[in-house]
Design a protein around this ligand. Sequence first.
Ligand SMILES: Nc1ncnc2c1ncn2[C@@H]1O[C@H](COP(=O)(O)OP(=O)(O)OP(=O)(O)O)[C@@H](O)[C@H]1O
Length: 235
Amino acid sequence: MSLLRVEGLSKAYDGVRAVHDVTLDVQEGEVRALIGPNGAGKTTLVGMIAGRSFPDAGRIIFDGRDITRLPAHRRTRLGMAYTFQITSIFAGLAVTENVALAARPLLPRTEVRPAVRAALARAGLQEQADMRAGDLSYGHQRLLEIAMGLVQAPRLLILDEPTQGLSEGEIAEFKALVRDLAGQTTILLIEHNMDVVMALAGRVTVLSAGEVLMTGTPAEVRADPGVQAAYLGMP
Ligand SMILES: Nc1ncnc2c1ncn2[C@@H]1O[C@H](COP(=O)(O)OP(=O)(O)OP(=O)(O)O)[C@@H](O)[C@H]1O
């Protein structure tokens, strides 16, 4: 059974089709990349999966349960975690405190500290634990967001452009982190960096103009002329 199934999902903004009739299945343990040119509908699609917005039509099934209309915090409780481009970090609080805030709604009090420590270690941020989050480098703030997702021990981790703005070295660290998680956590990765997609994804779903163009292995996607026309050929 799929961990996540999206069925015929559609959403329009003022008559503009952002996502149209999208169906996809993500299997447990898979690293699935979601790619597509600017404006393809990736953020709108994962926003609906995470519960940040609701579809005009279609259904979202998570672990066999229809969650289409469930508020975001209820989805978190079911095991969905997501990072959306540093919106979630409290700059004035310590790194540990940020991760603890993400953990507290889900874990018993006594488990919060060890879980925070483990998540920071996994994300490679032990040495930054006591720093103000706002004083972290941009790359480390991105890793902090991932640690905030990991501390929830999610079944599905949604990462929205996690490598955007990272240095080459930080991208290498991020790849190692995802490889470490693969198999334990199902990951849905929106990513513009094709090297990262090719290195990490088992399968890739390509969106174009709000619709699924294809789903395939990285090699199949790279070789597909339709994808090259819609995406890879773009500047
Ligand atoms: N809140 C909104 N109001 C109006 N139109 C929107 C809104 N959000 C997205 N859109 C439109 O919906 C379409 C899909 O946008 P979306 O941001 O989902 O694409 P994307 O694939 O994530 O793009 P990018 O790679 O640039 O982030 C675009 O035409 C966009 O202009």
